[in-house]
Design a protein around this ligand. Structure first.
Ligand SMILES: C[S@@+](CC[C@H](N)C(=O)[O-])C[C@H]1O[C@@H](n2cnc3c(N)ncnc32)[C@H](O)[C@@H]1O
Length: 303
């Protein structure tokens, strides 16, 4: 796998990757990918729940990209792989799904899920979004749910997605919408910051909300050479049996949260629980369930 940093000339001038030194960026990239590898087992444990919450987003992506029998579909940053597996059924007979992720841990989870779901027209490949080690113009459809905004250079990642698509190819992706539309994520992150257990995310750096600003995704896709770009918010609902259940899911899915939690003594964990319970009050039902809204931006772009 080619893991070298992109040349400065190929990076977008206003990218975060341009604002820090090459050495720092490499260290940060390695840390980020190690972090994803570390939470792969947790993503595996939560995969059924994640997919039941996120299926409206996957459905939007597949319905808009319209994979057809015989086509080649590439899923990037696939994690447990469920969006690609939905497409795999549509390209049969004759089509191939390439399920890819930067980390071995996530690919292991995806392999297991493909087997469980009986998906047999799939190949697995370790690929990084910013250097997709695939020939130019080799796939009909590219899919990427919740991946591009996590890269250090999303402009480079989008250019790579366009490069591997055949002329007329379709790219369907999703990133998270603005933080205020996703309290299921921000409450936990804010609690850690307020209690002094974590730093706020670096401005302009990679993270859940890095591409959430109005118009940003559309602009970046067009700058990467895509045309007929369509971006639409897709609502989701996250339901938890209790605040404890919500905390448990967050520990599984968020490397930052899990790492902080593992080091906290009991008294400080209790403080986190109390803060989160307080912030959760508007979302708690009479039965004690916690029901939180969320929103992703789904997009379709043509190469
Ligand atoms: C938020 S998870 C989303 C997983 C899956 N797409 C889903 O929607 O459930 C992000 C995934 O992106 C992968 N990832 C992070 N940075 C990446 C990069 N630079 N290139 C490729 N994959 C990356 C992680 O390993 C992880 O599997």
């Amino acid at each position: 796998m080619n893991c070298r940093a992109p040349s400065r000339a190929s990076s977008c001038v206003d990218s975060y990757a341009e604002s820090v030194s090459e050495g720092e960026i490499e260290e940060q990239r390695e840390r980020l990918l190690d972090g994803w590898d570390h939470v792969a087992a947790g993503w595996g444990r939560q995969a059924d729940r994640t997919q039941s919450v996120a299926s409206p987003i996957s459905e939007w992506m597949i319905d808009h990209a319209q994979p057809t029998p015989g086509e080649t579909v590439l899923e990037l940053a696939a994690g447990p792989g469920d969006t690609g597996f939905m497409a795999a059924h549509r390209i049969s007979p004759g089509g191939t799904l390439i399920c890819s992720d930067a980390t071995n841990g996530m690919l292991a989870v995806a392999r297991e899920r493909a087997q469980e779901q009986g998906v047999d027209n799939v190949e697995f490949k370790q690929l990084q979004l910013e250097w997709i080690d695939m020939p130019t113009a080799s796939v009909d459809v590219a899919l990427c749910r919740w991946g591009v905004m996590l890269t250090l250079d999303p402009s480079a990642a989008l250019r790579e997605c366009r490069r591997v698509l055949k002329p007329g190819g379709r790219f369907a992706l999703a990133v998270w919408d603005q933080p205020e539309r996703n309290p299921w994520a921000t409450v936990m992150q804010r609690t850690l910051v307020e209690l002094g257990h974590a730093q706020p995310p670096a401005p302009g750096g990679p993270g859940m909300f890095a591409l959430a600003a109005p118009g940003q995704l559309q602009r970046m896709l067009e700058e990467a050479g895509f045309f007929d770009v369509e971006v639409e918010p897709v609502a989701i609902t996250r339901r938890y049996a209790s605040v404890v259940d919500w905390l448990g899911e967050t520990r599984d899915l968020s490397e930052q949260f899990g790492e902080v939690w593992a080091k906290l003594p009991d008294a400080q964990r209790q403080e986190v629980r109390e803060r989160v319970s307080l912030a959760a009050q508007p979302y708690v039902t009479e039965t004690g369930e916690v029901i939180l809204p969320g929103s992703s931006l789904a997009a379709l772009a043509h190469a």
